[in-house]
Design a protein around this ligand. Structure first.
Ligand SMILES: O=P(O)(O)OC[C@H]1O[C@H](OP(=O)(O)OP(=O)(O)O)[C@H](O)[C@@H]1O
Ligand SMILES: O=c1cc[nH]c(=O)[nH]1
Length: 168
């Protein structure tokens, strides 16, 4: 399978996100990237939009539903949200949506900070495998992988996608 070029996806996502925000009359969105890949995508998206809006970063490790099984990754860092969550229109950005469990964890963490007016989900790739009722509002591309395949984003610049085979 050939994987899409992340730079091309970011440029299409910027167009789609701009239309989404206009349609909903959201004038001051608050951008939040999920570590690690989601922060890289968020930085690239803000650059494409020509925006110098502050970027919040979330580390959802403590909120994962597999936390008690897997423990804490040694690189975990606190989330940094340089703005209020209460009443704000949030743009939550991640690189890959697969089961939806990362986004579930991110929403749980965000709602511990306050009650946003809305949350728009932006993902570079949707693997169309959601185990939860979570879908992106803005997506770069939708891919169908075999059960033994995964994609991995590397970054921050250039952003590159690699196909990994769990069977190897
Ligand atoms: O929808 P899900 O099944 O939860 O999978 C999606 C998540 O998987 C990857 O995160 P990972 O935990 O590998 O961390 P990383 O961003 O640091 O690579 C990816 O960055 C997404 O956040
Ligand atoms: O293929 C996958 C699935 C989940 N998360 C990733 O980063 N890649």
């Amino acid at each position: 399978m050939s994987l899409p070029n992340p730079a091309e996806l970011i440029s299409q996502m910027a167009v789609r996100l701009t239309a989404h925000l206009e349609q909903r009359a959201i004038s001051e969105p608050r951008y939040i990237g999920i570590r690690t890949g989601g922060v890289w995508v968020a930085q690239a998206l803000l650059a494409e939009l020509g925006s110098d809006a502050p970027l919040g970063t979330l580390d959802v490790s403590f909120y994962r539903d597999d936390f008690s099984q897997n423990g804490l990754h040694p690189q975990v860092r606190p989330s940094e949200l340089p703005f209020e969550i209460e009443g704000q229109h949030l743009i939550l950005i991640d690189d890959v949506l697969m089961s939806g469990r990362t986004i579930r964890a991110a929403l749980n963490e965000l709602f511990d900070y306050g009650r946003p007016a809305s949350v728009t989900l932006v993902c570079l790739l949707d693997l169309d495998a959601a185990e939860l009722p979570i879908r992106p509002n803005v997506v770069g591309a939708t891919l169908s992988l075999a059960a033994h395949e995964r994609v991995k984003l590397s970054g921050p610049a250039p952003l590159q996608l690699e196909l990994q085979d769990l069977a190897l």
